[in-house]
Design a protein around this ligand. Structure first.
Ligand code: ARG
Length: 485
């Protein structure tokens, strides 16, 4: 196909490099939708006779059915999804099929397909990240949430917190991911279709009509931009890299928590593996895989940025190399979220057997501050005492009452050092560790989770309605009003 001006076919090895059909199967539904809209617009504006447009639509619908049944195979010698669909159409309906590409290029076609595909992919990601956030919030509100554990800095026991705050904090990260995917989706509003190869068309296309039928807000304002812009792809890969980082951080805590020496997490049997050699092993493989997936997620972003760097306007074939990065990135993230959510639902969070370290030291310093001791002086006194205790392998809690009174006379009659279980309750600042603050964190998680889920539901409904627009009979001589001048 498309070799009329050459005397020889593409070299065999060149064809293999040139073909994108392996990844393009992803775009089939979007491509057919875009083509049906384009054909309808051509028929409505009279660029094509209405009967030809109707025959094209019937042919494309037949191909849609083949695709739905999984019976449409892409041929690699036809280079990409666009040429495959077109050639199947011609095979089915003959010459009228050859009119479909009127006023269109594969350059505006692939840009349109990618945006249609992305809108739905982003929705899946919104739903997947929201589901994880909601599950984390649910677990935080459940009985495991009230367990007190050491919060870590530098992986050392720092200050004790409720498990609920840890889970609610991870939930916030996934909510931000969901909100990020949504905002990328909501900024996909400019329809590339009708931009042609790079400079628009001399035919009287009704770009507003195509944009409306495909659910965009308007035709893209520059044809040069429309065929070369991959910002939404890049933003998605960037949001996926960040999701990978969030997932990896949570997965790492599940891995560490599962170490018998730490004993804070027990993953369900469905999400652990054993060793082919050591029968006692209970390995958190799935959490490790989730952690590992963040590497390629970051890599795909960097790889795509590097593809775009230095590309002049407008379409350049390099852009084709970016497509599998997007498809694979979305697919791996979807799979990861599908594992993470039930892994969290079935995990048990445990109270560690031995309380770790003198984590109440900060509260002790604060108690001295409340009695008028300057902070630095209080910190120094507690630190010196801790140093002394460490040499004799003792903790603050093991001080005798008289040692205590001698060390901190100004605290007489007050519990300067909280019980381990009481530590989180001492920190009542907004966003802090006390139960009240954690409760409002979880209320926020619930509210934002609800909003994110509702936004995704309403977009799903909008997309379903759009599909029905093509069921209406074709209206010849239709033109959008309020065309831009
Ligand atoms: N196969 C290309 C891609 O996937 C689309 C069309 C390329 N356009 C061209 N003039 N060769 O990006």
């Amino acid at each position: 196909m498309l070799r009329e001006r050459f005397s020889r076919p593409l070299a065999k090895a060149a064809l293999a490099l040139s073909s994108s059909v392996r990844e393009d199967a992803e775009l089939l539904r979007a491509d057919l939708w875009g083509s049906r809209v384009h054909a309808r617009m051509l028929g409505e504006t009279g660029i094509l006779p209405a009967p030809a447009a109707r025959r094209i639509d019937r042919g494309l619908r037949a191909i849609e059915r083949l695709v739905a049944q999984g019976r449409f195979q892409l041929a690699s010698e036809l280079e990409d999804v666009h040429l495959n669909v077109e050639s199947e159409l011609v095979r089915r309906i003959g010459r009228d099929g050859e009119r479909l590409h009127t006023g269109r290029s594969r350059n505006d076609q692939v840009a349109t397909d990618l945006l249609l595909w992305l809108r739905e992919a982003l929705l899946d990601l919104e739903e997947g990240t929201t589901a994880v956030a909601v599950e984390l919030g649910r677990r935080a509100e459940g009985p495991d949430g009230s367990i007190v554990v050491a919060g870590w800095t530098h992986l050392q026991p720092a200050q004790r917190v409720y498990v609920a705050q840890i889970l609610g904090t991870h939930a916030l990260r996934f909510l931000r991911d969901a909100e990020r995917f949504r905002s990328i989706r909501e900024r996909i509003v400019d329809c590339p279709l009708g931009s042609g190869a790079l400079a628009g068309s001399s035919l009287p296309l009704d770009r507003r009509r195509s944009a409306r039928l495909l659910g965009f807000r308007r035709p893209s304002p520059s044809s040069l931009d429309a065929v070369s812009d991959r910002d939404a792809v890049l933003e998605t890969l960037s949001a996926l890299a960040l999701l990978g980082v969030h997932t990896s951080s949570l997965a790492e805590e599940l891995v560490l928590g599962s170490m018998p020496e730490v004993g804070r997490v027990r993953l369900a049997d469905e999400f652990v593996s054993t060793s082919s050699l050591m029968p006692h092993k209970r390995n958190p493989d799935l959490a490790e895989l989730l952690r590992g997936e963040s590497g390629p997620a970051i890599g795909r972003l960097v790889a795509h940025l590097a593809i775009l760097k230095g590309l002049p306007l407008a379409y350049n074939r390099d852009l084709q190399v970016g497509k599998p990065l997007l498809f694979e990135g979305v697919e791996r993230a979807r799979q990861g979220l599908e594992v993470l959510e039930p892994m969290l639902r079935t995990a048990r969070f445990l109270a560690p057997a031995s309380p770790a370290g003198d984590t109440g030291s900060v509260e002790l310093v604060d108690a001295l501050v409340a009695r008028g001791v300057p902070f630095r002086a209080a910190h120094g006194r507690v630190a010196r005492l801790l140093g002394k205790l460490e040499r004799t392998h003792r903790t603050l809690r093991e001080l005798s009452p008289s040692e205590w009174d001698r060390a901190f006379p100004e605290l007489e009659g007050t519990p300067g050092l909280p019980d381990a279980e009481e530590e989180p309750e001492r920190r009542t600042t907004e966003g802090g560790s006390a139960r009240r603050a954690v409760r409002s964190l979880l209320t926020e998680v619930r509210a934002r989770g609800w909003i994110a889920a509702a936004a995704a539901r309403s977009e799903r409904a909008r997309l379903a309605r759009l599909r029905h627009l093509l069921d209406a009979p074709l209206r010849p001589h239709f033109r959008s009003t309020h065309r831009p001048s």
